[in-house]
Design a protein around this ligand. Structure first.
Ligand code: FE
Ligand code: FE
Length: 294
């Protein structure tokens, strides 16, 4: 078995490319077929075509993202005592994350953030929505602290209750320690029916981290986008509805409104960072001025 600190993905983008293969169109469910046999067949096709690196990434993610693991990471990283940086500094810091991907076809982290935000801007959305697009992946700086890929990216899911079989590569949960703990492996696990997502621990990664960095300073709609943008089992598959309250359900419309900008705006046309910088500096100044704690 590969060590848990292995980095199977050539780049973090490989996870997002895989998401696009699984969800080729905005707003469509994972498997459109309603016939369960056809569904299984489509899943087999997806699983067969998934890259070995992506499969290994999910194996690690599903094996090690346990309830205890998530609690420990939250207790550590959510002290936000690692760095003091402005949002722009954090974006430049994240841009140090260069991986093995082909430099001709792949975008830097900053370019992905700008492409996402610029598409939101072009569609005439409010300024806080544009800013949410710009900062949504800043939590990936976790990688630069030495965290393994499987603890930074990947579809997120609740821990502390039964793992849904609609989570991609759910078979890998058989190696997760929580699966043999009856208290954690029941439908509700440690939660109450309809308790609301704020009370639920999702698998640890870049979403939860950036949410905590900005949580007192941005509109709630933006906070939902940031905190749940990787929660594909929830916002795309409709799983775990029994943990949501009515407020979550309403707010998830915003998470779903954000998703297409994250997943489908990547193009080879590289945004001009220097030209766009003044607009984004203003936007940062409006909502998130000064140095923040990371
Ligand atoms: Fe993300
Ligand atoms: Fe993203």
């Amino acid at each position: 078995m590969t060590a848990p600190n292995a980095q199977p993905l050539a780049s973090l983008d490989e996870w997002e490319d895989d998401l696009k293969a699984r969800y080729p169109e905005a707003g469509t469910p994972q498997f459109k077929a309603t016939d369960p046999e056809k569904k299984k067949e489509e899943f087999r096709n997806y699983a067969k075509n998934a890259r070995p690196s992506v499969r290994e990434f999910y194996r690690l993610n599903h094996t090690y993202q346990s309830h205890d693991f998530v609690r420990a990471k939250k207790a550590d990283f959510l002290k936000l005592n690692r760095r003091r940086m402005t949002v722009w500094e954090a974006a430049e810091f994240l841009n140090n994350l260069v991986d093995d991907s082909d430099p001709d076809t792949d975008l830097s982290q900053l370019q992905h953030l700008l492409q996402t935000a610029e598409h939101i801007r072009r569609d005439g959305h409010p300024r806080w929505f544009i800013l949410a697009g710009f900062i949504h992946d800043l939590g990936k700086i976790l990688c630069l602290y030495g965290e393994p890929q499987w603890a930074v990216v990947g579809d997120t899911f609740p821990v502390g209750c039964k793992f849904s079989d609609k989570i991609v590569f759910s078979e890998f949960f058989s190696a997760n320690p929580d699966i043999s703990n009856p208290k954690l492996n029941s439908r509700l696990g440690v939660y109450e029916e309809g308790c609301g997502l704020d009370k639920v621990d999702l698998s640890w990664g870049h979403d939860e981290y950036i949410y905590h960095v900005v949580k007192d300073r941005m509109p709630e709609e933006a906070l939902y986008m940031l905190r749940y943008h990787s929660f594909y089992p929830g916002h795309r598959e409709g799983e775990y509805d029994y943990l949501l309250n009515d407020h979550d359900r309403k707010m998830f419309d915003w998470v779903r409104a954000f998703n297409p900008y994250d997943l489908y705006t990547k193009s080879h046309e590289k945004p001009d960072v220097e030209k766009l910088k003044p607009f984004y500096m203003d936007l940062i100044e409006e909502y998130l001025p000064g140095k923040l704690s990371w």
